[in-house]
Write a protein that binds this ligand. Structure first.
Ligand code: GAP
Length: 435
């Protein structure tokens, strides 16, 4: 059995072939940097969100949820600093008109597309999508699609603390869409224009921020191990002072070793009290809390963890993808953690004559909330290959012996081992995989 290297092209092809991801507006030629998730992809994203939330909420401190709006007013993005700071340097080749992010290329060299060196000046390009609310087009109707979910949390800080009993230290977690008009969306789901973030803003006292920063780095490291990412392909990279975002006092990136190099998967930042201070100053509203011990008011500090659902999705696919030579044939398999795999198990009747018996097992598992698939089309070998490609950890086959011994054959995706297990034990067998 041998294993062949994964490439971006192979992942893109598999995603389309097996219903994970499609280019948005595919039938009209596609929309650059925007993707739709098919049945497999949509389920896998749900599993990623559930795993993330479980990790975040396993904190010993209270973590509450928020679902903020996608549109934000001019005032919000002015206060957050995004209107003034959230831009990328852009440059064009005057010969072939190809556009680049100036920090992605060496502008001392010629254009890699046409081989000539004739650049425009570097200009700053605002990354937020601007729109207009309602029919009137004056300055008060300007709105922006949010480029991060975090600001919805900061502007609702007072609403949350005054409408619930949460007390510092506590966190507000949010999963939702974010939009960035990236100059050059690339590497499939790695840099998109419409994507989804999973962010936690953890509010604490100024003197505990460093400690919580360290705690959350550990928590997030553990998360990546529990969802099965290869430990050797993960590393933590502290930011240099000149790399820090405008709000950040310290930042550590969780990086993954993609086929195109070590790249950021998640950012963990000590944001200080920048955001709440800004929103308090710009809105004129008090956003401080009262410290009962010190008998004084202060603006809470914030530790943030932020990862893209789509970027993690891509990372998991890269990590799980294997090609193996099996009996003169190549088997493509996604060795996804059972909690992340879109389908946890598949049920096959050996022949169509046994369909009713196998279908009963399928309906029983489905009614118990398991992610199960039924397939009776083609040879058993072909059915195994289809499930291997979408990462289904185990397949159960109901055959003629099953009528006599009440057992099915369980076939393991990774070891290919086959064993007979009693039908009454199938549910526990699958649940054990999900632990
Ligand atoms: N609130 C902090 C923040 O937004 P960021 O480093 O700009 O920080 C956080 O983004 C995470 O969001 C990244 O680590 C990445 O996983 C994801 N992300 C950012 N831009 C993205 C894009 N254009 N496409 C896909 N994911 C993106």
């Amino acid at each position: 059995m041998s294993s062949t290297a994964v490439t971006l092209e192979k992942i893109v092809a598999l995603c389309k072939r097996r219903g994970f991801v499609y280019q948005s507006a595919d039938i009209y030629g596609g929309l650059n940097g925007v993707y739709d998730f098919g049945p497999m992809g949509a389920q896998m994203k749900q599993n990623i969100r559930a795993a993330w939330l479980e990790n975040i909420q396993s904190s010993e401190h209270e973590i509450v949820l928020l679902d903020g709006s996608l549109l934000g007013s001019h005032a919000v993005w002015k206060a957050s600093g995004h209107l003034d700071n959230f831009h990328d340097p852009m440059i064009d080749c005057l010969e072939c008109k190809k556009r680049y992010r100036a920090d992605d290329i060496d502008i001392e060299k010629a254009c890699s597309h046409c081989g000539k060196k004739n650049w425009t000046d570097v200009r700053e390009f605002q990354l937020m999508f601007k729109t207009q609310l309602g029919a009137l087009t004056d300055s008060t109707s300007v709105a922006y699609l949010r480029p991060e979910t975090a600001q919805s949390i900061f502007i609702n800080f007072k609403n949350v603390t005054s409408s619930t009993r949460v007390k510092i230290p506590f966190g507000i977690a949010q999963i939702g869409k974010a939009f960035r008009n990236e100059i050059t969306p690339k590497q499939f789901l790695f840099r998109m224009r419409e994507f989804e973030q999973m962010e936690l803003e953890f509010f604490c006292t100024p003197d505990t921020a460093d400690e919580f920063f360290a705690t959350w780095i550990e928590m997030r490291k553990r998360f990546y191990h529990t969802i099965g990412l290869t430990p050797e392909k993960l590393r933590l990279r502290p930011h240099e002072a000149d790399e820090l975002a405008h709000y950040s006092k310290g930042c550590v990136d969780v990086e993954y070793h993609f086929p195109f190099g070590w790249k950021e998967l998640e950012g963990i930042a000590n944001r200080g009290n920048f955001d709440l201070t800004q929103h308090s100053t710009h809105s004129g509203k008090e956003l401080s809390v009262f410290d009962e011990n010190k008998k004084e008011s202060y603006i809470p500090h914030v530790v943030e963890t932020s990862v893209g659902v789509d970027r993690l999705f891509l990372t998991l696919l890269f990590d799980a993808y294997k090609e193996e030579e099996l009996e003169n044939e190549t088997r493509t398999v996604l060795q996804l953690h059972p909690r992340i795999a879109p389908t946890t198990c598949a049920i096959f009747p050996l022949t169509k004559k046994l369909s009713d018996n196998a279908h009963k097992i399928y309906l029983d598992l489905k009614s118990k909330g398991l992610r199960v698939h039924f397939d009776q089309a083609g040879s058993i070998g072909k059915r195994y290959r289809r499930q291997d490609e979408v990462g289904t950890p185990v397949c159960f086959t109901f055959d003629f012996d099953s009528l006599e011994d009440g057992c099915v054959t369980a076939r393991d995706r990774d070891t290919l081992e086959q064993k007979r297990i009693n039908i009454a034990r199938v549910e526990d067998y699958v649940r054990d995989l999900l632990k």
